[in-house]
Design a protein around this ligand. Structure first.
Ligand code: FES
Length: 162
């Protein structure tokens, strides 16, 4: 038997949808700190459900456990995130997510330039050369095309060979 205000690991798993193995892993990482009975069984306070929910929400938006750990380190005194904490953390995570989306959109656009190209140039392919100075001249390998057309290039293409 256990106190009504404390939950077993199975109860937390059932309520949050997080597997007991994941709950134990969160504990190993110091993200959740369940109490222990005299028999060394884990007991979670109801407030810890919020912590597990915050972890689950953060993972759902693609944050790593390292990101979550860093965010939790900003909470005073190891406490469970309050509604205000969640608002602050989710605002920060939203900005990180926006940046990730922007980066992925740029990658997608760069990949568009590779479709049908196949040069895999370390110098001109935006995927291999993200700071490509020739990017502004258009998609694909501009240097390769210019070379084929006999136009001067600033430097010879450097294709990846397998
Ligand atoms: S394969 Fe990426 S620009 Fe050619």
């Amino acid at each position: 038997m256990h106190r009504d205000d404390e939950l077993t690991i199975s109860e937390v798993a059932a309520r949050t949808g997080v597997a007991p193995s994941a709950l134990r892993f969160y504990e190993d990482r110091g993200l959740v700190r369940p109490l222990r009975t005299l028999g060394n069984q884990r007991r979670y306070t109801r407030a810890m459900l919020r912590t597990v929910s915050v972890i689950k929400a953060a993972q759902a938006v693609g944050l790593s456990l390292d990101d979550i750990e860093a965010a939790f380190a900003t909470l005073p005194g190891d406490r469970v995130p309050t509604k205000a904490d969640w608002t602050r953390l989710s605002r920060v995570w939203r900005e990180a997510l926006d940046q990730r989306i922007q980066r992925l959109m740029r990658l997608r656009d760069d990949l568009d330039g590779c479709i049908g190209c196949g040069c895999l140039s370390l110098r001109s392919c935006a995927l291999f050369n993200p700071d490509d100075a020739a990017r502004g001249e258009g998609p694909g390998s501009r240097l390769m095309r210019d070379r084929k057309r006999g136009r001067p290039t600033s430097s010879p293409p450097d294709a990846v060979t397998s």
